[in-house]
Design a protein around this ligand. Structure first.
Ligand code: NAI
Length: 369
């Protein structure tokens, strides 16, 4: 059985460690901060407790899982690992420093992985003696629950590293979708229009309640505003701004004023007790629900087509990623089959014609439409 190393034992790292330990792998884990290392095993036990109490895991299985989780002092004693995943702060220099330390002790065929959500994996590989062994393994929060892992390949990633990372992560029960090293990978990028187009509608005078009701009526578990409220408007704003900057300020990733105002007001969602919609529920279904859904789905389809046109990913990969990563009832290419290309093209053309200056070219049809 392979050994997996996890560096950084915060929200993501501990969940990633749990995921591989649950699948029977030996896990070596570390964190730069001693109190985080010292509490890691008890935090993992506490994370498992509800499963044991609910009868979903036996106490013996929990004990076996915990016995496979070993906290060590630092990357320099992780030489036995076959795969090392970092989940430390989102800083290029910190992550590079960790990979340099790991390279000194790990076998040449061992794989290095980053859980980054916004940094370039290719840039992270610069300075490594073996850049071909570095890949991205982007888990979603909570890692033990979310099925999707984006496997990020940069131009120098080697086939052996991609293969081993996929093999071990699939053995840990995940659905692994390979994607290129582009800003936002698949989910964080293709999700933008779900929120963006809802915010555009809000700025045009529609209410969060009717927009969410329309999307729920079309099969979405949560509408865009309920989802922003759940995760936090501040987190959504940071993700949008980061992608907008990485994509050169393209209007497809426009940062809507309504979102900035919401964050400035301090009504961030569930965590502050009030958000766009929270604590209210969506209102009744508006008369034009189907055209609201078509508008939001047309922009989701278009973004997925832009990503597809850049290469390195196929339609079913994008569909699967959005269904698993966002709980969408269907992927963008399934939406395209549902609405038909003519209707999507016409919707985008109408939106482009009436777009205000900051949004001009936001709705240009992607190649392939
Ligand atoms: P966190 O703040 O909960 O945990 C980070 C941990 O890294 C802390 O325990 C900290 O002590 C440790 N750390 C910092 N510098 C270190 C170093 N030099 N060596 C070892 N440990 C160090 O952060 P979180 O949310 O778990 O995020 C970690 C990474 O995962 C980031 O790159 C983030 O972008 C990415 N990510 C986060 C997601 C989320 O929803 N929170 C989702 C997917 C990816």
């Amino acid at each position: 059985m392979a050994t997996v190393a996890v560096i950084g034992l915060g929200t993501m790292g501990l969940g990633i460690a749990q995921t591989y330990a649950a699948a029977g792998f030996e896990v070596l884990a570390t964190d730069a901060h001693a109190p985080v290392r010292d509490t890691a095993a008890s935090r993992l036990a506490a994370a498992l407790a509800p499963r044991v109490e609910a009868g979903k895991m036996t106490p013996a299985a929990r004990d076996a899982l915990l016995s496979r989780f070993r906290v060590v002092n630092g990357p320099e004693v992780m030489g036995a690992a076959d795969l090392a995943i970092e989940a430390v702060v989102e800083r290029l220099d910190v992550k590079q420093h960790i990979f340099n330390a790991l390279e000194d002790v790990m076998r040449p065929d061992a794989v290095l992985a980053s859980n980054t959500s916004s940094l370039s994996v290719a840039r992270m590989a610069q300075g490594l003696r073996h850049p071909e062994r570095l890949i991205g393994l982007h888990f979603f929060n909570p890692a033990p629950v979310m099925k999707l892992v984006e496997l990020v390949a940069h131009p120098a990633s080697g086939p052996q590293a991609l293969h081993l990372a996929r093999q071990l992560t699939e053995a840990a029960g995940k659905t692994v979708i390979q994607c290129p090293d582009r800003p936002g990978f698949i989910v964080n990028r293709c999700a933008r229009p779900f929120y963006g187009e809802a915010l555009a509608l809000l700025e045009e005078g529609r209410s969060p309640g009717e927009i969410d009701a329309a999307m729920q009526g079309a099969g979405y578990r949560l509408g865009p505003f309920a989802l922003i409220d759940l995760v936090g408007a501040d987190i959504n704003l940071a993700a949008t701004e980061s992608l907008a900057a990485a994509m050169g300020g393209s209007p497809r990733y426009h940062v809507f004023e309504a979102l900035k105002v919401q964050v400035a007001s301090g009504n961030l969602g569930r965590k502050t007790g009030r958000g766009f919609l929270f604590p209210d529920s969506p209102g009744p279904l508006p008369d034009d629900a189907s055209s609201l859904v078509l508008r939001i789905e047309a922009t989701l389809i278009n973004e997925a087509l832009w990503l597809l046109s850049e290469g390195g990913i196929d339609e079913s990969g994008i569909d699967t990623a959005l269904k698993l990563g966002l709980n969408f009832p269907r992927g963008p290419f399934e939406m395209l089959s549902l609405h038909g290309a003519d209707s999507v093209r016409a919707t985008l053309a109408r939106l482009e014609t009436s777009a205000p200056p900051p949004l001009k070219i936001r709705y240009l049809a992607a190649p392939g439409l």
